[in-house]
Ligand binder design. Structure first.
Ligand code: ADP
Length: 584
């Protein structure tokens, strides 16, 4: 809305008041001043009438035909401009300066004439039918020998009074006009000086509402405007401070919400999502920037919408576990009404249980694997001991064979249990590594020598590299030797007699790569990725000996060195296991 300045609120009534004063003054002139003037004229005319009475009484006393009287009246009127009429007691006009007396009607009825015949000098103002003007009449009795035979009447037109008043009024009005002009101008200047700063203050407050908090220049005024300007500055500072505080609280709140791993949504009464945090966006792969999408647009999950509806209708907190099949997510959803803080709104918190679920599955699988691994040797121990009890004991050579087989099973059990213990110690970080600067060739050769006898027994050719010998790695030599022994052990197990096993070293940019290559049965491509998992065996029937834990232990040990382990294989032609350890 365009601004209409307050100045007009002051100037308009002010000028109106002035105009009223002028009109009042004018009215005063046209009535009171006119009255005064007429009174003065009347006084003069009265004095004149007394003089005239003295002068005409001898001429009236002279009687008919009044020739001198008529002459005198005419002369006097010509000189003074005053109309003179001499009227006899019967109303006859015997001398008249303005008209032919014979034409005039009887004047006995005129009030001033009647009063004069009663002996009083009297005056009247009225509209003259004869001259068609407003006139002032003064009639004076003419005393002759104690009687009043006639009356002399003087009269003037009041036109002159009005003319005089008009010229006076013209002058006064001119002065008044100048006064009005001057005082209005002055009033305008004064009002503007007081009101203009108000406009600036209003602009300032406008700016504040648009978020500009620069303070006004300090006002030096000591009046209300100065006070207002200082008050606005104080208020601006206060609002600014409060806004900053709110903003910082908001930033904190949104930082917390966005860094939470739980998804958080706030849903309004009309099923629109008022807020969703980053975790919630990730859970539902929601990337749109719609203003207030509906709940179903965001979650695309009917169960959640149902949960929200139930919370709305019961006004009570609800919770439910659900699955997002597309994302393979397990969620624990908790919905609660946000009354009374946000009436009608519902808070939805989604906890991602996927990892917990997966860990549970791993733990369940682990237990079932362990039980499975234990059951085979325990079952054969049970069978062997029963066979012994049922008579084999009586046959010493057979009994001996059975006991030896029992011993093998027990050895397998002991190995399984000790490998399990080892794995759990490594996994829980309870196996500290003794990292030192070490020579990889020494580690490789030491492991190879320890396994040489076993390899020879299996009629395999074990070739150990003799270079490069000048490398230094950061690692625990005992643990790395253990990894190599695991790999060589597997190579021996899975290579038919007459085969070959090669141990070698290779230097790369940041790492040294250890390799154990055999000419054995190899590993099918689909199993290559999985052989490092716990209990994983390629061919469960074939690999009767072994727990499926060796490679898992090796992987953990290598990874504890910040290294990597991998396998390559051509089924039927052999496998190559390698691991890298950082150089010193
Ligand atoms: P295990 O104690 O059974 O040897 P590992 O974890 O050491 O357990 O090995 C897992 C599986 O990987 C073995 O059962 C075997 O099927 C396969 N495997 C390991 N090394 C070799 C190899 N050199 N040649 C062929 N298959 C191998």
């Amino acid at each position: 809305m365009p601004r209409r300045s307050l100045i007009w609120n002051i100037l308009l009534p002010f000028s109106l008041l002035l105009a009223l004063a002028v009109v009042a003054l004018d009215l005063y002139f046209s009535s009171s001043v006119r009255q005064n003037l007429i009174e003065t004229w009347q006084k003069n005319l009265t004095t004149e009438a007394e003089v005239v009475e003295q002068l005409v009484s001898p001429l009236v006393a002279a009687g008919e035909p009044y020739t001198d009287l008529k002459q005198w009246v005419e002369d006097y009127a010509r000189q003074s401009g005053i109309r003179v009429t001499v009227i006899l007691r019967d109303g006859t006009v015997v001398a008249e300066s303005a008209f032919d007396p014979g034409l005039l009607e009887n004047h006995a009825g005129r009030p001033e004439v009647q009063a004069a015949f009663a002996g009083r000098l009297s005056a009247d103002i009225r509209y003259s039918e004869t001259t068609k003007r407003e006139r002032l009449y003064v009639a004076n009795p003419i005393l002759i020998n104690g009687e009043i035979p006639a009356v002399v009447r003087l009269s003037v037109a009041l036109e002159d009074v009005d003319r005089q008043i008009a010229s006076l009024r013209g002058n006064v009005n001119l002065v008044l006009f100048l006064v009005i002009l001057l005082s209005t101008g002055l009033a305008y200047l004064i009002a503007r000086r007081s009101i203009q700063p108000l406009g600036q203050l209003a602009d300032r407050v406008d700016e504040i509402s648009r978020g500009n908090f620069t303070p006004l220049p300090e006002s030096k005024r000591r009046d209300e405007l100065g006070q207002l300007s200082r008050a606005i500055n104080r208020m601006t500072a206060q609002i600014h401070g409060q806004l900053e505080a709110i903003r910082s609280e908001q930033t904190k709140a949104s930082a917390i919400l966005d860094n939470m791993s739980d998804g958080v949504l706030i849903i309004s009464a009309d099923e629109r999502v008022q807020y969703l945090n980053q975790a919630a966006r990730r859970m539902f792969h929601y990337r749109d920037a719609l203003d207030h999408p509906t709940l179903i647009e965001v979650v695309r999950l009917h169960q959640l919408v149902e949960l929200w509806r139930k919370t709305r209708s019961t006004r009570q907190a609800q919770s439910q576990t659900l699955e997002v099949p597309a994302e393979k997510l397990f969620l624990q959803a908790a919905a609660s009404p946000l009354e009374p803080a946000l009436p009608g709104s519902t808070l939805l918190v989604l906890q991602d249980l996927t990892r917990t679920r997966r860990l549970e599955t791993v733990r369940r699988d682990f237990i079932s694997n362990v039980s499975h691994e234990l059951r085979t040797p325990l079952a054969s121990l049970k069978a062997l001991s029963e066979t012994l009890k049922e008579g084999a004991l009586e046959d010493p050579p057979a009994a001996r064979r059975f006991v030896e087989r029992m011993e093998t099973e027990i050895d397998n059990l002991i190995q399984l249990v000790s490998e399990l213990l080892e794995l759990s110690r490594i996994e829980s970080g309870r196996l500290p590594l003794n990292i030192t600067r070490a020579n990889p060739l020494e580690i490789l050769q030491s492991a190879g020598e320890r396994m040489r006898l076993q390899a020879e027994r299996a009629r395999l050719n074990l070739l150990i590299a003799d270079g490069p010998g000048d490398l230094v790695i950061l690692g625990d030599p005992d643990r790395l030797e253990q990894v190599l022994i695991n790999l060589i052990h597997n190579a021996i197990k899975f290579t038919p007699p007459g085969g070959e096993i090669r141990l070698s070293l290779e230097e790369r940019e940041r790492v040294v790569v250890f390799s154990v290559q055999d000419s054995g049965v190899g590993i099918p491509a689909e199993d290559l990725q999985r052989i490092f998992e716990r209990f994983y065996k390629v061919d469960r029937a074939r690999a009767t000996s072994g727990t499926g834990l060796g490679l898992s232990i090796s992987r953990h040990l290598v990874e504890a060195h910040n290294g990597e382990i991998w396998a390559e294989s051509n089924p039927g032609q052999g496998s190559r296991f390698s691991f890298s350890i950082p150089k010193a």
